[in-house]
Write a protein that binds this ligand. Structure first.
Ligand SMILES: C[S@@+](CC[C@H](N)C(=O)[O-])C[C@H]1O[C@@H](n2cnc3c(N)ncnc32)[C@H](O)[C@@H]1O
Length: 214
């Protein structure tokens, strides 16, 4: 998808919003995007990214992704990605629309905004609220989803880790937005993007493109 263009102007600046340890940042840099701005609020994850980037042209920025307009100039980015269910971490649907506007502003003509996320707008019930996330011989992570509000879901992370022959139990919770894909796609179109919808594993993928001529 990101390699389909043959226009040289589209292989410049890339921005990875909520980069975490950099799966998308490193892939973008390997595709030739330069520089790649990797943005995250977790310094620990950005540090992990830096330890893996080798000589690739990736710059880490420790800040909130909603400040996109502060670390990019208008009409400069070839591609902006916000993947791996990061957008659902924003505070509200209004914040999502603000981000879409900022992304549109930052993109070059024909630039793309790539989103992948989980649509939790349909309420899961009973045992379907328990999601196995990860498991190996020393760690098991399960998620429990509590559909207690119309626009958000309370996500409980339950982690069992084996340490010194004993299983430790850790728990935490946080809110995620429930973003219906039809609403998100319409919001992107309303801002002026053309939009393609697809699937990336268990995540929905939306690719918005800014028009060539404004
Ligand atoms: C689910 S992870 C996805 C990481 C990566 N994109 C991937 O697909 O592997 C979400 C990431 O977004 C970051 N994040 C959440 N809210 C953020 C915000 N408001 N600004 C910047 N980063 C944020 C988290 O620290 C985390 O690294």
């Amino acid at each position: 998808m990101l390699t389909s263009s043959t226009d040289a102007s589209e292989i410049g600046l890339a921005v990875d919003l909520g980069s975490g340890p950099g799966f998308q940042s490193i892939a973008l840099a390997e595709l030739g995007y330069s520089p790649v701005l990797a943005v995250d609020t977790s310094e620990a994850l950005l540090s992990e990214l830096r330890s893996r980037q080798g000589g690739l042209s990736v710059q880490t920025i420790h800040t909130d992704l909603s400040k996109l307009g502060e670390f990019t100039s208008p009409t400069t980015a070839s591609v902006i990605v916000c993947m791996g269910d990061t957008i659902t971490h924003l505070e509200s649907k209004d914040a999502v629309v603000e981000l879409l506007r900022a992304a549109y502003e930052a993109l070059l003509p024909r630039g793309r905004f790539v989103l992948s996320y989980r649509d939790l707008s349909t309420e899961a019930r009973g045992l379907d609220r328990f999601i196995p996330v990860y498991g190996d011989e020393g760690k098991v992570m399960t998620c429990f989803l509590e559909f207690d509000q119309a626009d958000t879901v309370l996500v409980h992370d339950l982690i069992h880790s084996l340490a010194g022959g004993k299983w430790l139990f850790e728990k935490s919770c946080y809110r995620k937005l429930r973003l219906p894909v039809d609403w998100l796609e319409k919001s992107m179109r309303d801002i002026g993007m053309t939009v393609q919808r697809g699937q990336a594993g268990r995540l929905i993928c939306l690719v918005g493109q800014k028009p060539e001529m404004l």
